[in-house]
Design a protein around this ligand. Structure first.
Ligand SMILES: Cc1ncc(COP(=O)(O)O)c(C=O)c1O
Length: 390
């Protein structure tokens, strides 16, 4: 990875210590330049004419995303964000009263809210997979669970929002395939920081957002939809005129491919920006990005842990670039002010968003630092020095 070029391409990284790629990352300049250029054209000729003229460039989003995930273009649907993609996918899974959804302690808050809503409306049950001592998912238990329960869907957040663990989505996928259970992966925090191959994972759906480790614009995301889903003719609860053709007064026909999960209206400036962000990573290589990220964050964790009073809260055999930190005796407001005064950009992970995971760890907040491949070891050291001073 040519870190000098990467930093040159990242206009926002030079005057601050930016450690919030798990929140909303800094885009490379090609992303914002593409968005700005498109908007300027829209100002002059209007959105519809420009979209027509730029059709090929816009379609490049599908090939870029398919290349990243190792699938075909027609397995990809645009979405407004990860939650939108997840909700449309969930709405298409055939569920009835008494069916079980299996998830994890660390699944995303909005995914849990959606499951609870289904519990209220349809009478489904929610079961959480067991964790092993080391924080990973107990795959053997999952296998047993799928043999004895009426499980309709397994759903996992690949990297939870407020904990650094990388879940074994491939191991879970093998079990789901064996039991022929629908399998959804929320890859919102993993896509962009590591290679994500949908065939290796063996999932039916994979949802993601543009603005985090992918470094794309806000208000963008996508959904991967497997051939198994398409062949089974699943579709979202509310397809619109993009996803379906109105064939008669009371009939419609779904379009082929994953685009049945799309709605008609998109902000195409942002779609082009997302395409640029994905292609930027495709060119660098997701393995290169992952290797850089792994060594950066492993060294950072070691240095953080060596600071007196500092504790990290990320349990698991495999950890990502989400690092959750506290310092003994330091209240949240003081911590936030200290980091902000020293020009560090971060987010706060709070127990209100992780009501199972955080109380189990005995905490109600943690500072979330999320370095990415435009960060350097020196920047990590500067953050450590700032924390030492507190
Ligand atoms: C694991 C995970 N899933 C889903 C989401 C939701 O993403 P979005 O806000 O793009 O819908 C987030 C956001 O933080 C997340 O961390």
């Amino acid at each position: 990875l040519d870190i000098h070029k990467v930093r040159k391409d990242t206009r926002g990284c030079h005057d601050k210590l930016f450690f919030d790629s798990a929140g909303a990352s800094l885009s490379p300049s090609v992303v914002t330049d593409a968005v700005a250029a498109y908007l300027k054209e829209e100002e002059l000729i209007g959105g519809y004419r420009l979209a027509e003229l730029q059709q090929d460039a816009i379609n490049g989003f599908y090939s870029a995303t398919a290349q990243m995930l190792g699938c075909r273009e027609d397995n990809i649907a645009l979405s407004y964000n990860a939650t939108d993609a997840f909700a449309k996918a969930l709405s298409s899974v055939p569920l009835k009263e008494g069916d079980v959804i299996v998830t994890t302690d660390g699944d995303y808050i909005s995914n849990f809210v959606a499951f609870i809503s289904l519990k209220k409306k349809l009478g489904i049950h929610i079961i959480r997979m067991n964790n092993r001592e080391d924080g990973s998912i107990d795959i053997k238990y999952l296998d047993k669970l799928l043999s004895i329960q009426n499980v309709a869907l397994v759903s996992v957040s690949h990297v939870p929002t407020s904990s650094g663990v990388i879940q074994d989505v491939e191991g879970i996928g093998k079990i789901c395939r064996r039991h022929q259970v629908w399998y959804m992966v929320d890859a919102c925090q993993s896509v962009g920081q590591m290679p994500v191959d949908v065939h290796k994972i063996g999932c039916d759906f994979l949802s993601a957002t543009g603005r985090k480790f992918l470094r794309g614009p806000r208000g963008t995301g996508f959904l991967y939809v497997s051939d198994r889903v398409l062949e089974s003719n699943l579709s979202p609860l509310f397809p619109d005129m993009r996803g379906a053709l109105w064939t008669g007064v009371e009939s419609y026909k779904l379009v082929e491919g994953a685009r049945r999960y799309e709605l008609w209206e998109y902000n195409y400036a942002n779609v082009l920006g997302l395409k640029e962000a994905i292609n930027y990573g495709n060119k660098l290589g997701w393995d290169n990005i992952y290797n850089y990220n792994q060594s950066l964050s492993a060294a950072f964790r070691q240095k953080l842990e060596a600071i007196e009073g500092v504790s990290l809260y990320d349990n698991g055999p495999q950890l990502s670039n989400i690092i959750t930190v506290r310092k003994e005796g330091i209240e949240l407001d003081r911590m936030k002010k200290h980091l902000t005064d020293h020009n560090i950009y971060f987010s706060v992970a709070s127990a209100t968003n992780a009501i199972i995971d955080m109380p189990e760890k005995g905490i109600d907040w943690a500072i979330r630092l999320s370095p990415h491949y435009f960060n350097t070891a020196e920047e990590c050291e500067q953050v450590c020095t700032v924390l030492e001073k507190l």
